[in-house]
Design a protein around this ligand. Structure first.
Ligand SMILES: Cc1cc2nc3c(=O)[nH]c(=O)nc-3n(C[C@H](O)[C@H](O)[C@H](O)COP(=O)(O)O)c2cc1C
Length: 346
């Protein structure tokens, strides 16, 4: 951070484990969290993650190389084993290990073999989970950090519990650092997470709406205009993913057309219709792809991922400004008059 001491009251042991100054993690958002955003967050004192779900080897190589050129801070690569063809997943992990990547963040179903594979290579493992059972599995598999994802989260949502309740229940059963994820876009959320004993927060939507994110400006502006009530949990954006996977998006013509609910859509029953392109790659209606800088076509009908914290995101700013504002507000809250005996730094 520009002021090296500004995050000090917020420093948790997780910061030492990850090598960052403030316990704010950039979610490894597929398509969106590329090197420019991850480096901006890392250089501002947070923890950067590259969202590389299902990305080809040459893109991963380019992104890791560019990340290293832009920052000397540690970072993680986010992959989603259960939503990736085994051959591609193996190639992705091998590529990351060859490149000297030292930390991974996994999400969706816990795959113990995959965790063990990178742990055996000496890497740090963060695992995002949506249930206590998955947290226990991730810990047993060797994870070093548990990220508790709540139903408020933007993007794919694995569990159905509010983030803070889930984090508290996971904290009660583990000594690992626990990070709260879902709907957090302000210093209030960060302060609240630390107050319950969590080690930090992970933010997706709050960093999607920044200058450095690879999301299309249309997606960023829809988040700025949205309130949390404009988001819906739906399974209509399911092509490319295991059946029944729920996502939180800003309601649009697709969710409204299908009543926007969680209906158990079978990906095989949905029509294949190209509605946009990413460079020369077709993007299908009902697919999980969200609009990126490189996307052209019917952006409104794509998955406009956003968490319930969208109402707290008033503008598109540099990622450092968003992080600094969160940190400053949390510090202010935690340094304020003690009214309930809570002390910020144990
Ligand atoms: C656009 C977008 C893409 C996402 N892609 C991924 C992903 O590839 N891997 C992953 O672990 N989580 C992904 N997530 C979920 C985040 O890890 C995290 O749970 C979520 O962003 C937290 O909620 P928030 O957006 O309200 O901050 C994504 C979220 C968004 C908004």
């Amino acid at each position: 951070m520009t002021d090296q001491h500004s995050a000090e009251p917020l420093r948790t042991p997780l910061c030492d484990l990850l090598g960052c100054e403030a316990p704010v993690l950039l979610a490894g958002m597929g398509g969106v969290s590329r090197w420019e955003l991850a480096a901006a967050v890392a250089n501002a004192g947070g923890y950067g993650m590259l969202g590389m779900v299902r990305e080809p080897i040459d893109l991963i190589t380019r992104e890791v190389t560019a990340m290293r050129a832009a920052t000397d801070r540690p970072f993680a690569v986010n992959l989603i084993p259960a939503a990736t063809e085994p051959q591609l997943l193996e190639a992705q992990i091998a590529c990351c290990l060859d490149l000297g990547v030292t930390a991974f963040c996994f999400f969706w179903d816990v795959m113990p073999d995959v965790v063990a594979r990178v742990k055996n290579a000496g890497c740090l493992v963060l695992h995002q989970v949506g249930t206590e059972a998955a947290a226990r599995m991730a810990e047993a598999a060797g994870a070093d950090v548990i990220i508790a994802q709540g139903i408020e989260a933007g993007g794919h949502v694995h569990g159905r519990s509010p983030a803070f309740g889930l984090a508290e229940r996971i904290l009660a059963g583990t000594d690992l650092p626990v990070v709260v994820s879902g709907g957090i876009a302000t210093g209030e959320g960060l302060a609240a997470a630390l107050a319950i004993g969590a080690s930090g927060v992970q933010c997706g939507t709050a960093f999607l709406a920044t200058e450095e994110s690879f999301a299309h400006s249309y997606h960023k502006s829809r988040i700025v205009e949205a309130t949390g009530e404009d988001t819906v949990l739906t399974d209509v954006f399911v092509l490319n993913w295991p059946k029944g996977a729920a996502v939180r998006v800003i309601g649009n013509s697709v969710t409204e057309g299908l009543k926007g609910n969680y209906l158990g859509h079978d990906p095989d029953s949905l029509p294949r219709e190209t509605i946009a392109h990413d460079d020369d790659q077709p993007r299908l209606r009902f697919s999980t792809d969200s609009p990126l800088r490189t996307t052209t076509g019917d952006l409104e009908a794509m998955a406009l991922y956003a968490g319930q914290g969208a109402g707290n995101i008033p503008d598109v700013v540099p990622a450092a400004a968003r992080l600094n504002a969160m940190v400053a507000q949390a510090r202010h809250i935690l340094k304020g008059p003690v009214r309930n005996g809570f002390t910020a730094m144990s």
